[in-house]
Design a protein around this ligand. Structure first.
Ligand code: HEM
Length: 150
């Protein structure tokens, strides 16, 4: 496995000068030189995915607001969909998406202030964002269900 990575890297490091002679030039590391998904890359990828998912989720929010202004029939459609099995799964997923993106965003603010760049801290804050997402998502739904039932 390690040898394959080495070969791939060697291959990309060889280039040609304008006179045709070979030259070995340094390139910044790319995907093929990493052994596995690490906390740094995994949390970064999830931040971008949740940012995109949040943008899509906003379309549902707009649907809800427009329906609210359009009258009872339009609003009933939204209520029906959001209360369906798929609607509830979607809203639950969106809750997790929004919490993760926000917590990872706060992690960025911490970095922007100049802290938390060492590997152990990166792992601690990464786990905090992941576990925090689970806890806050469940708490949000407990509060929502209590509010709905009362
Ligand atoms: C309506 C709410 C939001 C939407 C739709 C949204 C969407 C996005 C998207 C699509 C990206 C990826 C951009 C890219 O990779 O080119 C992104 C990145 C980012 N978001 Fe959000 N976001 C929202 C709220 C927030 C909040 C509340 C925070 C902070 C608490 C935040 C912090 C960040 C940061 C720091 C990045 C850059 C991450 C990086 O450089 O790797 N976002 N957002």
């Amino acid at each position: 496995m390690a040898e394959n990575h080495h070969d791939a890297r060697e291959a990309t490091m060889v280039g040609r000068r304008t006179d045709g002679t070979l030259v070995r030039r340094p390139l910044s590391p790319h995907l093929q030189v990493y052994d596995m998904l690490q906390m740094t890359s995994a949390t970064s990828i999830m931040h971008r995915i949740t940012g995109s998912a949040w943008s899509v989720g906003l379309a549902f929010f707009v649907w809800w607001i427009v329906a609210l202004a359009s009258g009872p029939a339009a609003y009933a459609n939204v209520q029906w969909f959001m209360g369906s099995f798929i609607g509830v799964i979607l809203l639950f997923g969106l809750t997790a998406v929004v919490w993760y993106h926000t917590l990872a965003g706060v992690r960025h603010l911490y970095w922007d202030a100049g802290y938390g760049y060492d590997i152990p801290t990166t792992y601690r804050t990464g786990w905090a964002a992941i576990i925090g997402t689970g806890v806050l998502t469940v708490l949000t739904w407990i509060v929502a269900v209590i509010a709905w039932a009362s």
